[in-house]
Ligand binder design. Structure first.
Ligand code: HEC
Ligand code: HEC
Length: 440
């Protein structure tokens, strides 16, 4: 069923991509490197039919009406997740005027440098040829506009119109994929196949927003303070600055406690929150517990899409650890540490390694608080004032850890627990525990 979650592990080690990466020289030769990579990308896209990952399983299971109905809902949801802005051009174009910045100042090299990703499968041979023969430049914003026209920039949706014979970006909006998809880098850093649900930890959302000509210097300073892979989904509402690590959107099937503070009982709650209050999509979000009440536009471009969007997200499994990425014998010993000496399974229980479906935890029980100096408690800004025990599947994929990213590695996570909870683990126990966490 779920190709997007299984493609990555199958292709991450594919010979073409690895070779392309190995052959790459240092960063100063970037344009040349990207040109070669784009050529490979196009060849691959053609070879694969460039279909963008439509589900074959859907066809096979068509005999079963209920399953095929779900499959088509999942397909719709994939389109929404990748390409739907819910009308948020009102924010990104009319208010922030990002289309002006992109079309005049953001060439592809700059776009990749702030962590934007390019979907290699969306690039037709003609674009690659243009880049190769020099009629399309990677240091020209016009190329970014061309990529947007192809829907090849992950998470950005542009409207490109011909004005005086020139392709001109007239509107731009963002989609869920901006923060919650990346690519497998199979052709070049930042260019490859889409990996939906994988957080984009390279993306400097704050730096991108700060390019807007419509913001004050004070607000820009806050956006510029966040750094790659972080975003504060409450700053524009409560004015407090405490960016969160962008979390995975995979591996959430069966969990009824959504976000690090468990604000919602299902994905649709938070999808509506982000779609309306952060992306700026048309619709309403009302939450009495935090006093947030936002309505954008006079139409509702979100509500009808929430069921399909949720179905797609729930189809995204966490990616299994790559073969050979951990020591199996040590992981087996680490499992015992997790269950006994480490007392981890008193909260990290069940299939997802979380007790989130039955309880939340006050900040006093959670090792990632207090926040770094000067940062307000994230729980205090949320609807629940508590934290959800984080699900642990796919941990290998998404360092840094904790809601605030205060643990750079799994070693740091284990050391934090050992010292904060006075566990008295030996060095060997800690290292076994790390191997176990890498195996989940
Ligand atoms: C600008 C970046 C950004 C965009 C765009 C964005 N998100 Fe998120 N998302 C975040 C951040 C940051 C969090 C962490 C919030 C928290 O834990 O309080 C989050 C949390 C989530 C979660 C909770 C995961 C969990 O572990 O419970 C889900 C699900 C999610 N987002 C889905 C979506 C969907 C669907 C969309 C599009 C409607 C979307 N996001 C758009 C940044 C973004
Ligand atoms: C009292 C309940 C509790 C116990 C005991 C506990 N955890 Fe946690 N764990 C949490 C909560 C709550 C979070 C989320 C904190 C946050 O987001 O900042 C978390 C987060 C984590 C994370 C980060 C996940 C991510 O996606 O960033 C890891 C890894 C982790 N715990 C491992 C462990 C290990 C290993 C142990 C045992 C040594 C342990 N936990 C014991 C409640 C607990």
């Amino acid at each position: 069923m779920n190709h997007d979650a299984t493609i990555p592990t199958a292709t991450r080690h594919d010979g073409v991509g690895d070779q392309a990466l190995r052959e790459q020289p240092a960063a100063d030769a970037r344009p040349v490197r990207i040109t070669a990579a784009l050529a490979a990308a196009a060849a691959m896209a053609v070879a694969c039919g460039g279909s963008g990952g439509a589900s074959d399983d859907g066809a096979q299971s068509a005999a079963r009406a209920d399953r095929s109905e779900l499959a088509s809902k999942v397909d719709q949801g994939r389109q929404i997740f990748r390409f739907d802005t819910f009308g948020d051009e009102t924010k990104w174009t009319d208010a922030l005027r990002m289309h002006e910045v992109i079309r005049t100042a953001v060439d592809p090299t700059t776009a990749l440098a702030v962590g934007l990703k390019v979907d290699a499968q969306a690039l037709p041979a003609v674009v690659v040829a243009g880049i190769q023969n020099g009629t399309i430049s990677l240091t020209s914003p016009a190329t970014t506009v061309a990529l947007l026209k192809l829907d090849a920039v992950v998470g950005l949706k542009g409207m490109v119109e011909t004005q005086n014979g020139v392709d001109t970006l007239t509107r731009v909006g963002v989609t869920c994929a901006l923060c919650h998809s990346t690519v497998d880098n199979s052709f070049a850093p930042g260019i490859g196949k889409r990996l939906d649900g994988w957080p984009n930890r390279d993306l400097n959302v704050g730096a991108i927003i700060a390019l807007s000509p419509a913001l004050s210097a004070e607000v820009k300073a806050v956006y510029n303070s966040w750094g790659p892979g972080r975003y504060d989904p409450r700053f524009n509402l409560d004015g407090k600055n405490g960016p969160q690590v962008i979390p995975p959107a995979y591996g959430l099937r069966g969990l009824h406690s959504i976000t690090s503070t468990g604000d919602g009982a299902d994905l649709a709650y938070w999808n509506r929150y982000v779609g309306v209050t952060q992306m700026g999509g048309h619709g309403s979000f009302v939450e009495p517990r935090t006093g947030v009440s936002v309505t954008n536009g006079t139409d509702d471009l979100i509500s009808a899409k929430l069921p399909a969007l949720q179905a797609y997200q729930l189809s995204l499994d966490s990616p299994p650890p790559p073969a050979g990425s951990f020591d199996m014998a040590a992981a087996e010993r680490g499992k015992q540490v997790f269950r006994q000496a480490g007392q981890c399974s008193s909260c990290h229980t069940g299939e997802h390694f979380t007790d989130g479906n039955s309880r939340l935890h006050p900040p006093s029980e959670v090792v990632s608080e207090p926040e770094p100096p000067g940062v307000p408690s994230y729980a205090s800004r949320s609807a629940t004032k508590m934290y959800r025990t984080a699900p642990l599947r796919g941990l290998w994929q998404h360092a840094p850890y904790f809601h605030n990213g205060t643990a750079a590695t799994l070693e740091a996570v284990v050391q934090t627990y050992d010292s904060r909870q006075s566990l008295g683990l030996t060095a060997a126990q800690m290292s076994d525990l790390v191997q176990y966490l890498k195996s989940l």
